[in-house]
Design a protein around this ligand. Structure first.
Ligand code: ADP
Ligand code: MG
Length: 336
C-alpha cells in the first residue's frame, strides 16, 4: 500500500466544515463570526506516553482525547484537527483500529480531520487541534483572583493508579483495574464543561500532569497561591478503597459520596500528582457556586470545590486537622 493509498483509506473523511480538507498542500478554514481560533498541539510518543503494544483503537481515541482536553480547558469548541503520524510499517489491521478509535471520538465532538503528515519511523502521533471561542470568553490560566473557589471535575488519580498497577507498584483486582484503566486508556475530554464555563470560570487548565503541577500553572500565570482541602478531593470508590484499605467491590465512579482522605503514600501521589486524568481544574468567584453545581448536574459530571485562591505563591494542601499533606513529587516532568 502506498503512502497515498494509506492516507486515502484510513485518514480521509468528508469535511463539510472546512473550505478544503485532506488532499491539497494545505487545508482552508474559515472561523465563524465573532470567534477566534484556539490552536493546540500534543504529541504521543511510544514508550513515553503509551506502551508499544497498546490497543490501537484506544490509542486512536486517546491521541485525539488529549488534544480535545486542551480545547476544553480553553472553553473552545473543537472543530478541526491535523494528524502527523510516524509508523514503523503499514500494518492495515492496526491502522483500521487506530483510525476507528480516532474518528469515533472525532465524530462525537464534531471534529473534522483536515490534514496531516505520514512518514515511516518509530510510532509517534501528533495532533494539532483547532477550535473556536469568542475572544473575550476564552478560559485562560491567568484569570484566577484571590478568594476564588478552586474546582475539579470528575475524580482524581484513577489513571495513575491503573498505571501504578501496570508497573507493579500496587495490586488491583480485575474489576478495580478495569474501572481505573478506563481513565487511563479512554479519557473523556470535558469539552461540554469547558464551553459551559465560559463567562463563569476565571481560569482553567486540564489536568494532564497532575493536580498540583497543573494548578501550579494557574497560580504562576495568575500570580496567586492556593489552599487545598485534601479531604475534599474527589476520588473514585476504587481509589478510596485503595487508600483506606476498604476496597469497593463494585466500583462505580460517582462524585459526591466518593470523597475520602487518602492516607497512604501511593494514594496521595496518585490523587495530588497523578498524570493523565484529563479532568478540568478551574477557578470561579464564590458567588458562582450554585451555578457551577447546576452545570455539573446538567452534564451528569461531578464538580467539586476543593479549595481557595489566596494571596502569596504556591499551593498548601491540608488535611481535616489542618496538617500539611505533601506528595513525593508534584507531577510529571519530561525533563526533571
Ligand atoms: P505534502 O507533500 O504537501 O506534505 P503529503 O503528501 O504529505 O503532502 O499529504 C498529502 C495530503 O494528505 C495533504 O493534504 C495532507 O494534509 C494529507 N495527510 C497526510 N497525512 C495525513 C494523515 N495522517 N491524516 C490526515 N491527512 C493526512
Ligand atoms: Mg507531507
Amino acid at each position: 500500500m502506498s503512502e497515498f493509498d494509506l492516507i486515502r483509506r484510513y485518514f480521509t473523511r468528508a469535511t463539510p466544515g472546512a473550505l478544503l480538507g485532506v488532499g491539497d498542500d494545505a487545508a482552508l478554514l474559515q472561523a465563524s463570526d465573532g470567534n477566534v481560533l484556539a490552536v493546540s498541539c500534543d504529541m504521543l510518543v511510544s514508550g513515553t506516553h503509551f506502551f508499544a503494544d497498546a490497543d490501537p483503537y484506544l490509542l486512536g481515541h486517546k491521541t485525539l482525547a488529549v488534544n480535545l482536553s486542551d480545547m476544553a480547558a480553553m472553553g473552545a469548541a473543537p472543530r478541526w484537527a491535523t494528524l502527523a503520524i510516524a509508523l514503523p510499517g503499514a500494518d492495515e489491521a492496526w491502522l483500521e483500529k487506530f483510525s476507528a478509535g480516532f474518528f469515533a471520538l472525532a465524530q462525537q465532538h464534531g471534529v473534522e480531520l483536515i490534514g496531516g503528515d505520514t512518514t515511516r519511523g518509530p510510532l509517534n502521533l501528533c495532533v494539532t487541534i483547532i477550535g473556536e471561542v469568542p475572544a473575550a470568553q476564552a478560559l485562560r490560566r491567568s484569570g484566577a483572583q484571590i478568594g476564588d473557589e478552586i474546582w475539579v471535575s470528575g475524580s482524581l488519580g484513577d489513571a495513575a493508579l491503573a498505571l501504578a498497577h501496570l508497573h507493579g507498584l500496587t495490586v488491583l483486582s480485575v474489576a478495580e483495574f478495569d474501572a481505573c484503566a478506563a481513565a487511563l486508556h479512554q479519557p473523556q475530554p470535558r469539552v461540554a464543561l469547558g464551553k459551559a464555563l465560559r463567562g463563569i470560570a476565571s481560569s482553567a487548565i486540564d489536568i494532564s500532569d497532575g493536580l498540583l503541577a497543573d494548578l501550579g500553572h494557574i497560580l504562576d500565570a495568575s500570580q496567586a497561591g492556593a489552599r487545598l482541602d485534601f479531604a475534599a478531593l474527589p476520588v473514585s470508590p476504587v481509589m478510596r478503597g485503595q487508600v483506606t484499605g476498604a476496597r469497593a467491590s463494585c466500583p462505580q465512579i460517582s462524585g459526591q459520596d466518593a470523597r475520602a482522605p487518602a492516607n497512604n503514600l501511593l494514594g496521595k501521589q496518585c490523587v495530588l500528582s497523578g498524570g493523565d486524568d484529563y479532568e478540568l481544574c478551574f477557578t470561579a468567584p464564590a458567588m458562582r457556586h450554585a451555578e457551577i453545581l447546576k452545570i455539573g448536574a446538567g452534564l451528569e459530571l461531578p464538580l467539586t470545590p476543593i479549595g481557595e485562591i489566596v494571596a502569596g505563591r504556591g499551593c498548601i494542601v491540608h488535611d481535616a486537622s489542618g496538617n500539611p499533606v505533601k506528595p513525593e513529587s508534584s507531577g510529571y516532568d519530561h525533563f526533571p
